[in-house]
Design a protein around this ligand. Structure first.
Ligand SMILES: *Cc1c(COP(=O)(O)O)cnc(C)c1O
Length: 385
């Protein structure tokens, strides 16, 4: 028997989102600092493709025309290669405590984000007698990974002189792209521009400049440069609080089935802690999905699901393997479909997306998607790669 709680991944929707992004990038001829060539797309598939499954998603995005894929670490890059991905794979993460062999064996493009990472990669490439393509990461104000933007004349020359490293790309990451009120966004762009000039003055010849995550891609075409790096947009969601300016469809839906229905009397208590206590007779349905499946305990009393085309509240404690919903007044039975994320209904479709669920519990849609548990089977439809 197959568990009734499943994630459906619509690969056709994923590829349509990719094309919607490409169309958007082709729509502004003044982008990328006046050059009229639209940027390429680095499709971000880190963290198991935001919970969607990196093997199928990576292949589908490669087939859709992604210039490059990007992942968090060497292990993720190796599994993309094992899945059969052939295009360039950029590794975002720091490599200082990693075994670098996978970079060479799987043909990955690492990020150099510190002088010591540069030295380690140079030594590893020299030992193998190869020249390794790398991207250089500049820290323009996020203060996480990267060479400090204001220190490059001191830190960069040894990297640029490394005979076995070819710095083909330079990038930065934006800390506040999703906050239109925050000045750091503009400041980071100016610092990146200056850093690019310094890299060139020091003799660097990187031809791939990139900075834009999903939010920056939507907000400012001056950040498009040669490549953009969307993640969330590919999966059909716009980073809050930004509004949707391109036609996207959420790729993942999460569905289950009601496994039990029960009447409770007025004043009776439901679930751990007995916190749900209806003051009139009520009908409760049990859904076999809980916090072990990534459904946050804070959804109690805050979240909704769809049953028979209606929104119904999650009531009582979210348990490890199940949750309870209030279906009072609805003709529901065991076996009825429950939509936790996605659309349901004939005629006017009701929809709950990860953005709504995140807002209900005070987190971000990224976390909702990435936390969908490993116990949940991913079922793929749409174009098989
Ligand atoms: C995750 C990530 C992205 C994609 O971010 P989204 O907000 O999902 O578009 C881009 N660049 C880097 C360096 C990242 O780590």
């Amino acid at each position: 028997m197959i568990r009734p709680t499943r994630a459906h991944i619509d690969l056709a929707a994923l590829q349509a989102n990719f094309r919607a992004i490409v169309d958007y990038l082709h729509g502004d001829p003044l982008a990328a600092g006046g050059t009229s060539r639209p940027p390429g797309v680095i499709a971000v598939v880190k963290a198991n493709a935001y919970g969607h499954g990196s093997a199928r998603v990576g292949l589908a995005l490669e087939a859709a025309g992604a210039t490059m894929l990007a992942c968090a670490d060497i292990e993720e890059g190796v599994s993309l290669r094992q899945a059969g991905v052939r295009c360039e794979i950029l590794v975002f993460g720091a490599l200082s405590v990693s075994d670098l062999a996978g970079v060479f064996e799987a043909g990955l493009t690492p990020t150099v984000s510190s002088p010591s990472a540069g030295r380690a990669l140079q030594a590893a490439a020299a030992a193998r007698g190869v020249r390794l393509r790398c991207h250089l990461k500049i820290d323009t104000g996020m203060n996480r990974l990267g060479f400090r933007h204001d220190n490059l004349p001191r830190t960069l020359p040894p990297l640029l002189d490394s005979p076995n490293l070819e710095i083909v790309g330079v990038y930065t990451h934006l800390a506040t792209a999703d906050d239109p009120e925050d000045d750091l966004f503009g400041e980071q762009r100016l610092r990146f521009e200056r850093a690019l000039d310094v890299v060139t003055a020091l003799g660097g010849r990187p031809h791939l400049r990139h900075a834009a995550n999903s939010a920056a891609l939507l907000r400012d075409s001056r950040l498009w440069y040669d490549l953009v790096r969307p993640g969330l947009l590919l999966y059909g969601l716009v980073p809050p609080p930004l509004a949707a300016t391109l036609p996207l469809v959420p790729v993942l839906s999460l569905t289950s089935r009601i496994v039990a229905v029960k009447g409770v009397r007025a004043g009776e208590r439901v679930g751990y802690g007995g916190r749900f206590r209806p003051d009139a007779p009520a009908k409760i349905a049990v859904v076999p999905a809980g916090y072990a499946d990534g459904l946050d305990a804070r959804l109690e009393g805050r979240g909704h699901v769809l049953v028979r085309g209606r929104r119904v509240p999650i009531v009582g404690s979210v348990c490890m393997d199940m949750l309870t919903i209030d279906v009072t007044g609805l003709p529901v039975e065991p076996g009825d479909e429950v939509v936790v994320l996605g659309a349901q209904g004939d005629g006017t479709l009701q929809r709950i997306d990860a953005r709504e669920m995140a807002a209900a519990i005070g987190t971000i849609p990224y976390e909702i998607l990435c936390r969908i548990g490993s116990r949940i089977e991913r079922v793929y439809d749409g174009s098989p790669p």
